[in-house]
Design a protein around this ligand. Structure first.
Ligand code: UDP
Length: 330
Protein backbone atom coordinates (compact mmCIF):
# COMPACT_ATOMS: atom_id res chain seq x y z
CA UNK A 1 0.00 0.00 0.00
CA UNK A 2 3.00 2.33 0.50
CA UNK A 3 1.43 3.90 3.56
CA UNK A 4 -0.92 3.19 6.42
CA UNK A 5 -4.58 2.41 6.71
CA UNK A 6 -6.49 4.85 8.91
CA UNK A 7 -9.30 3.17 10.82
CA UNK A 8 -11.86 5.54 12.32
CA UNK A 9 -13.79 3.98 15.17
CA UNK A 10 -10.99 1.45 15.57
CA UNK A 11 -11.61 1.34 19.33
CA UNK A 12 -15.18 0.17 18.78
CA UNK A 13 -16.72 -3.23 18.15
CA UNK A 14 -16.40 -3.79 14.40
CA UNK A 15 -13.52 -1.33 13.95
CA UNK A 16 -11.30 -3.11 16.50
CA UNK A 17 -11.80 -6.39 14.63
CA UNK A 18 -10.90 -4.68 11.33
CA UNK A 19 -7.71 -3.40 12.98
CA UNK A 20 -6.81 -6.98 13.95
CA UNK A 21 -7.54 -8.28 10.43
CA UNK A 22 -5.43 -5.52 8.84
CA UNK A 23 -2.50 -6.05 11.21
CA UNK A 24 -2.66 -9.83 10.77
CA UNK A 25 -2.55 -9.25 6.98
CA UNK A 26 0.59 -7.11 7.36
CA UNK A 27 -0.87 -3.61 6.98
CA UNK A 28 0.24 -0.69 9.15
CA UNK A 29 -2.65 0.93 10.98
CA UNK A 30 -3.44 4.25 12.62
CA UNK A 31 -6.70 4.44 14.57
CA UNK A 32 -8.67 7.66 14.96
CA UNK A 33 -11.28 7.40 17.70
CA UNK A 34 -12.75 9.93 20.14
CA UNK A 35 -13.29 7.12 22.73
CA UNK A 36 -16.88 8.24 23.40
CA UNK A 37 -18.17 4.69 22.94
CA UNK A 38 -14.89 2.92 22.19
CA UNK A 39 -12.15 1.70 24.55
CA UNK A 40 -8.44 2.38 24.22
CA UNK A 41 -7.67 -1.14 25.46
CA UNK A 42 -9.62 -2.53 22.50
CA UNK A 43 -6.99 -1.15 20.09
CA UNK A 44 -4.25 -3.67 19.39
CA UNK A 45 -0.89 -2.22 20.55
CA UNK A 46 0.62 -2.84 17.10
CA UNK A 47 -1.58 0.05 15.85
CA UNK A 48 -1.13 3.74 16.70
CA UNK A 49 -4.10 5.34 18.47
CA UNK A 50 -4.83 9.03 17.85
CA UNK A 51 -7.62 10.25 20.13
CA UNK A 52 -9.54 12.69 17.95
CA UNK A 53 -12.92 13.27 16.41
CA UNK A 54 -13.18 12.33 12.72
CA UNK A 55 -14.71 15.75 12.00
CA UNK A 56 -11.66 17.49 13.53
CA UNK A 57 -9.18 19.22 11.22
CA UNK A 58 -6.40 17.38 13.14
CA UNK A 59 -7.32 14.31 11.09
CA UNK A 60 -5.50 15.93 8.16
CA UNK A 61 -2.28 16.04 10.19
CA UNK A 62 -2.76 12.38 11.11
CA UNK A 63 -3.22 11.52 7.43
CA UNK A 64 -0.05 13.38 6.46
CA UNK A 65 2.07 12.27 9.43
CA UNK A 66 1.24 8.60 8.83
CA UNK A 67 1.18 8.65 5.01
CA UNK A 68 -2.38 7.32 5.06
CA UNK A 69 -3.33 5.73 1.73
CA UNK A 70 -6.71 4.26 2.69
CA UNK A 71 -9.43 5.09 5.18
CA UNK A 72 -11.80 2.59 6.75
CA UNK A 73 -14.58 4.63 8.31
CA UNK A 74 -16.36 2.85 11.18
CA UNK A 75 -16.83 5.76 13.59
CA UNK A 76 -20.45 6.75 14.15
CA UNK A 77 -23.56 6.24 16.22
CA UNK A 78 -25.42 2.97 15.82
CA UNK A 79 -28.49 2.74 18.07
CA UNK A 80 -31.63 2.80 15.92
CA UNK A 81 -34.20 3.81 18.62
CA UNK A 82 -31.87 6.60 19.78
CA UNK A 83 -31.72 7.88 16.19
CA UNK A 84 -35.51 8.23 16.29
CA UNK A 85 -35.51 10.24 19.53
CA UNK A 86 -32.36 12.26 18.71
CA UNK A 87 -32.09 12.43 14.90
CA UNK A 88 -29.72 15.41 14.84
CA UNK A 89 -27.14 13.39 16.79
CA UNK A 90 -27.17 10.90 13.88
CA UNK A 91 -27.01 13.54 11.17
CA UNK A 92 -24.06 15.08 13.09
CA UNK A 93 -22.09 11.97 14.11
CA UNK A 94 -22.78 10.00 10.94
CA UNK A 95 -23.64 12.29 8.03
CA UNK A 96 -21.87 15.55 8.93
CA UNK A 97 -18.82 13.84 10.45
CA UNK A 98 -18.49 11.66 7.35
CA UNK A 99 -18.72 14.73 5.15
CA UNK A 100 -15.86 16.35 7.07
CA UNK A 101 -13.78 13.17 6.94
CA UNK A 102 -14.35 12.70 3.21
CA UNK A 103 -13.31 16.30 2.69
CA UNK A 104 -10.12 15.66 4.67
CA UNK A 105 -9.50 12.62 2.45
CA UNK A 106 -10.01 14.67 -0.72
CA UNK A 107 -7.87 17.60 0.44
CA UNK A 108 -4.97 15.32 1.41
CA UNK A 109 -5.38 13.06 -1.62
CA UNK A 110 -6.23 9.75 0.08
CA UNK A 111 -7.04 7.43 -2.85
CA UNK A 112 -9.17 4.71 -1.18
CA UNK A 113 -12.15 4.85 1.18
CA UNK A 114 -14.14 2.01 2.76
CA UNK A 115 -17.40 2.89 4.46
CA UNK A 116 -19.52 1.06 7.06
CA UNK A 117 -23.01 1.19 5.65
CA UNK A 118 -25.99 -0.85 6.71
CA UNK A 119 -28.95 -2.94 5.67
CA UNK A 120 -30.98 -0.27 7.48
CA UNK A 121 -30.63 1.81 4.30
CA UNK A 122 -33.13 -0.60 2.68
CA UNK A 123 -35.88 0.04 5.23
CA UNK A 124 -38.64 -2.54 4.98
CA UNK A 125 -37.68 -4.66 1.97
CA UNK A 126 -40.20 -5.64 -0.67
CA UNK A 127 -38.49 -9.00 -1.02
CA UNK A 128 -35.74 -11.10 0.51
CA UNK A 129 -32.94 -11.87 -0.09
CA UNK A 130 -32.13 -8.20 -0.67
CA UNK A 131 -29.99 -7.17 -3.66
CA UNK A 132 -27.80 -4.05 -3.68
CA UNK A 133 -29.93 -2.58 -6.48
CA UNK A 134 -33.18 -2.90 -4.47
CA UNK A 135 -34.88 0.34 -3.34
CA UNK A 136 -33.33 2.21 -0.42
CA UNK A 137 -36.06 3.72 1.71
CA UNK A 138 -34.76 3.96 5.28
CA UNK A 139 -37.43 3.92 7.97
CA UNK A 140 -35.29 5.56 10.65
CA UNK A 141 -32.75 8.42 10.89
CA UNK A 142 -29.89 5.96 11.45
CA UNK A 143 -30.47 4.37 8.05
CA UNK A 144 -30.97 7.75 6.41
CA UNK A 145 -27.77 9.17 7.93
CA UNK A 146 -25.82 6.26 6.40
CA UNK A 147 -27.60 6.47 3.04
CA UNK A 148 -26.70 10.15 2.76
CA UNK A 149 -23.03 9.22 3.23
CA UNK A 150 -23.29 6.61 0.47
CA UNK A 151 -24.55 9.37 -1.83
CA UNK A 152 -21.71 11.70 -0.88
CA UNK A 153 -19.16 9.00 -1.66
CA UNK A 154 -20.69 8.28 -5.04
CA UNK A 155 -20.53 11.95 -6.02
CA UNK A 156 -17.04 12.52 -4.59
CA UNK A 157 -15.59 9.46 -6.35
CA UNK A 158 -16.94 10.89 -9.60
CA UNK A 159 -15.41 14.32 -9.01
CA UNK A 160 -12.08 13.44 -7.36
CA UNK A 161 -9.37 10.78 -7.71
CA UNK A 162 -10.75 8.50 -5.00
CA UNK A 163 -12.49 5.14 -5.19
CA UNK A 164 -14.62 3.64 -2.46
CA UNK A 165 -16.37 0.55 -1.25
CA UNK A 166 -19.60 0.90 0.74
CA UNK A 167 -20.27 -2.26 2.73
CA UNK A 168 -23.86 -2.74 3.84
CA UNK A 169 -23.75 -4.81 7.01
CA UNK A 170 -26.56 -7.12 8.01
CA UNK A 171 -26.59 -8.32 11.66
CA UNK A 172 -23.04 -8.36 13.00
CA UNK A 173 -22.36 -10.62 15.99
CA UNK A 174 -19.72 -12.76 17.66
CA UNK A 175 -16.17 -11.88 18.68
CA UNK A 176 -12.57 -12.49 17.72
CA UNK A 177 -12.05 -16.29 17.94
CA UNK A 178 -8.69 -15.67 19.65
CA UNK A 179 -10.40 -13.59 22.34
CA UNK A 180 -8.59 -10.35 21.50
CA UNK A 181 -11.74 -8.24 21.08
CA UNK A 182 -15.51 -8.40 21.19
CA UNK A 183 -18.62 -6.32 21.77
CA UNK A 184 -17.97 -4.35 24.96
CA UNK A 185 -20.37 -1.41 24.92
CA UNK A 186 -22.86 -1.20 27.77
CA UNK A 187 -26.60 -0.99 27.20
CA UNK A 188 -26.77 -3.48 24.35
CA UNK A 189 -29.85 -3.70 22.13
CA UNK A 190 -28.65 -6.49 19.83
CA UNK A 191 -30.08 -9.96 20.24
CA UNK A 192 -26.96 -12.13 20.43
CA UNK A 193 -25.21 -9.72 22.82
CA UNK A 194 -28.29 -9.64 25.04
CA UNK A 195 -28.59 -13.42 25.00
CA UNK A 196 -24.89 -13.70 25.92
CA UNK A 197 -25.49 -11.33 28.84
CA UNK A 198 -28.40 -13.49 29.98
CA UNK A 199 -26.27 -16.63 29.71
CA UNK A 200 -23.58 -15.09 31.93
CA UNK A 201 -26.07 -13.94 34.58
CA UNK A 202 -26.00 -10.23 33.70
CA UNK A 203 -29.72 -10.30 32.93
CA UNK A 204 -32.59 -12.44 34.09
CA UNK A 205 -34.27 -13.05 30.74
CA UNK A 206 -34.35 -12.25 27.03
CA UNK A 207 -37.38 -10.46 25.62
CA UNK A 208 -38.68 -11.83 22.32
CA UNK A 209 -39.98 -8.81 20.40
CA UNK A 210 -42.90 -10.03 18.33
CA UNK A 211 -44.25 -13.55 17.81
CA UNK A 212 -46.75 -12.76 15.03
CA UNK A 213 -44.45 -11.96 12.10
CA UNK A 214 -45.10 -13.82 8.82
CA UNK A 215 -42.03 -16.03 9.37
CA UNK A 216 -41.61 -19.76 10.05
CA UNK A 217 -42.07 -19.41 13.83
CA UNK A 218 -43.54 -15.89 14.04
CA UNK A 219 -40.33 -14.21 15.27
CA UNK A 220 -38.05 -11.87 13.33
CA UNK A 221 -35.50 -13.38 10.93
CA UNK A 222 -32.03 -11.85 10.46
CA UNK A 223 -28.82 -12.62 8.57
CA UNK A 224 -26.24 -12.87 11.36
CA UNK A 225 -22.64 -12.45 10.17
CA UNK A 226 -19.56 -13.18 12.29
CA UNK A 227 -17.60 -10.00 13.02
CA UNK A 228 -14.30 -11.63 12.00
CA UNK A 229 -15.67 -12.60 8.60
CA UNK A 230 -16.92 -9.03 8.22
CA UNK A 231 -13.48 -7.68 9.16
CA UNK A 232 -11.88 -9.97 6.57
CA UNK A 233 -14.29 -8.61 3.94
CA UNK A 234 -12.89 -5.12 4.60
CA UNK A 235 -9.33 -6.30 3.98
CA UNK A 236 -10.41 -8.00 0.73
CA UNK A 237 -12.32 -4.88 -0.34
CA UNK A 238 -9.21 -2.78 0.26
CA UNK A 239 -7.16 -5.08 -1.98
CA UNK A 240 -9.73 -4.64 -4.75
CA UNK A 241 -9.77 -0.83 -4.42
CA UNK A 242 -5.98 -0.74 -4.72
CA UNK A 243 -5.93 -3.16 -7.64
CA UNK A 244 -8.67 -1.33 -9.58
CA UNK A 245 -8.51 2.39 -8.79
CA UNK A 246 -11.13 3.29 -11.39
CA UNK A 247 -13.86 1.17 -9.76
CA UNK A 248 -16.06 1.72 -6.73
CA UNK A 249 -18.38 -0.89 -5.24
CA UNK A 250 -21.36 -1.23 -2.93
CA UNK A 251 -21.76 -4.68 -1.42
CA UNK A 252 -24.07 -6.45 1.00
CA UNK A 253 -22.29 -8.19 3.86
CA UNK A 254 -24.23 -11.23 4.96
CA UNK A 255 -24.27 -14.99 4.56
CA UNK A 256 -27.49 -15.11 2.53
CA UNK A 257 -29.48 -17.07 5.12
CA UNK A 258 -31.55 -16.05 8.14
CA UNK A 259 -32.27 -17.26 11.65
CA UNK A 260 -35.30 -16.41 13.74
CA UNK A 261 -35.09 -15.02 17.27
CA UNK A 262 -36.18 -18.40 18.65
CA UNK A 263 -33.54 -20.21 16.58
CA UNK A 264 -30.88 -17.89 18.00
CA UNK A 265 -32.07 -18.51 21.56
CA UNK A 266 -32.15 -22.28 20.89
CA UNK A 267 -28.51 -22.03 19.77
CA UNK A 268 -27.61 -20.22 23.01
CA UNK A 269 -29.35 -22.95 25.04
CA UNK A 270 -27.55 -25.63 23.05
CA UNK A 271 -24.11 -24.06 23.38
CA UNK A 272 -24.47 -23.30 27.11
CA UNK A 273 -26.48 -26.36 28.06
CA UNK A 274 -28.84 -23.97 29.86
CA UNK A 275 -32.38 -22.75 29.40
CA UNK A 276 -32.32 -18.97 29.01
CA UNK A 277 -35.58 -17.41 30.23
CA UNK A 278 -37.61 -16.05 27.31
CA UNK A 279 -40.28 -13.40 27.73
CA UNK A 280 -42.65 -13.14 24.78
CA UNK A 281 -43.43 -9.48 24.12
CA UNK A 282 -44.97 -7.29 21.43
CA UNK A 283 -43.14 -6.07 18.35
CA UNK A 284 -40.47 -3.43 18.68
CA UNK A 285 -41.27 -0.29 16.65
CA UNK A 286 -39.79 -0.34 13.16
CA UNK A 287 -38.66 -3.99 13.13
CA UNK A 288 -39.15 -5.65 9.71
CA UNK A 289 -40.08 -9.35 9.65
CA UNK A 290 -37.08 -10.55 7.69
CA UNK A 291 -33.72 -9.11 6.58
CA UNK A 292 -31.51 -11.46 4.58
CA UNK A 293 -28.71 -10.46 2.20
CA UNK A 294 -28.32 -11.58 -1.36
CA UNK A 295 -24.53 -11.98 -1.11
CA UNK A 296 -23.93 -12.89 -4.76
CA UNK A 297 -22.22 -9.56 -5.46
CA UNK A 298 -19.70 -9.69 -2.61
CA UNK A 299 -18.83 -13.33 -3.37
CA UNK A 300 -18.15 -12.55 -7.03
CA UNK A 301 -16.46 -9.14 -6.56
CA UNK A 302 -13.87 -9.49 -3.78
CA UNK A 303 -11.76 -12.49 -2.82
CA UNK A 304 -13.64 -13.35 0.34
CA UNK A 305 -15.08 -16.62 1.58
CA UNK A 306 -17.00 -16.85 4.84
CA UNK A 307 -15.16 -18.94 7.43
CA UNK A 308 -17.54 -18.71 10.37
CA UNK A 309 -20.93 -19.10 8.72
CA UNK A 310 -22.33 -21.14 11.59
CA UNK A 311 -24.79 -19.87 14.21
CA UNK A 312 -23.36 -21.98 17.05
CA UNK A 313 -19.84 -20.66 16.27
CA UNK A 314 -21.08 -17.06 16.34
CA UNK A 315 -22.89 -17.65 19.63
CA UNK A 316 -19.90 -19.49 21.15
CA UNK A 317 -17.51 -16.64 20.30
CA UNK A 318 -19.95 -14.03 21.64
CA UNK A 319 -20.28 -16.02 24.88
CA UNK A 320 -16.54 -16.45 25.31
CA UNK A 321 -16.08 -12.68 25.05
CA UNK A 322 -18.95 -12.04 27.47
CA UNK A 323 -17.25 -14.30 30.03
CA UNK A 324 -13.98 -12.39 29.59
CA UNK A 325 -15.82 -9.09 30.12
CA UNK A 326 -17.37 -10.52 33.29
CA UNK A 327 -13.86 -11.45 34.56
CA UNK A 328 -12.60 -7.95 33.73
CA UNK A 329 -15.33 -6.46 35.94
CA UNK A 330 -17.27 -3.22 35.44
N1 UDP B 1 -34.74 -8.95 19.33
C1 UDP B 1 -35.44 -9.54 20.35
N2 UDP B 1 -35.07 -9.26 21.65
C2 UDP B 1 -34.03 -8.42 21.96
C3 UDP B 1 -33.31 -7.82 20.90
C4 UDP B 1 -33.69 -8.10 19.60
O1 UDP B 1 -36.38 -10.30 20.12
O2 UDP B 1 -33.76 -8.22 23.14
C5 UDP B 1 -35.10 -9.26 17.95
C6 UDP B 1 -35.47 -8.08 17.09
O3 UDP B 1 -36.84 -7.78 17.21
C7 UDP B 1 -35.09 -8.57 15.68
C8 UDP B 1 -33.86 -9.44 15.96
O4 UDP B 1 -33.95 -9.83 17.34
O5 UDP B 1 -36.10 -9.40 15.14
C9 UDP B 1 -32.55 -8.73 15.74
O6 UDP B 1 -32.56 -7.50 16.43
P1 UDP B 1 -31.24 -6.68 16.73
O7 UDP B 1 -31.58 -5.53 17.61
O8 UDP B 1 -30.17 -7.62 17.20
O9 UDP B 1 -30.77 -6.17 15.30
P2 UDP B 1 -31.56 -5.29 14.19
O10 UDP B 1 -32.00 -6.29 13.15
O11 UDP B 1 -32.68 -4.57 14.85
O12 UDP B 1 -30.50 -4.37 13.67
Amino acid sequence: LNGKVMVTGGAGYIGSHAVLALLDAGYEVVVVDNLVTGFDWAVDPRATLEVADVADGRVRDVIRDHSVRAIMHFAGSVVVPESVSDPLKYYRNNTAASRALIESAVVTGVPHFIFSSTAATYGTPERVPIKESDPQRPINPYGMSKLMTEHMLRDVAFAHPMNYCALRYFNVAGADPEGRSGQSTQGATHLIKIAAEAATGKRAHVAVFGTDFPTRDGTGVRDYIHVSDLAAAHVAALALLVERPAESHTLNCGYGRGFSVLEVLDAVDRVTNMKIQRKLEGRRAGDPAELVADNGAILSTISWRPERDDLDTIVQDALAWERRLAEMGP
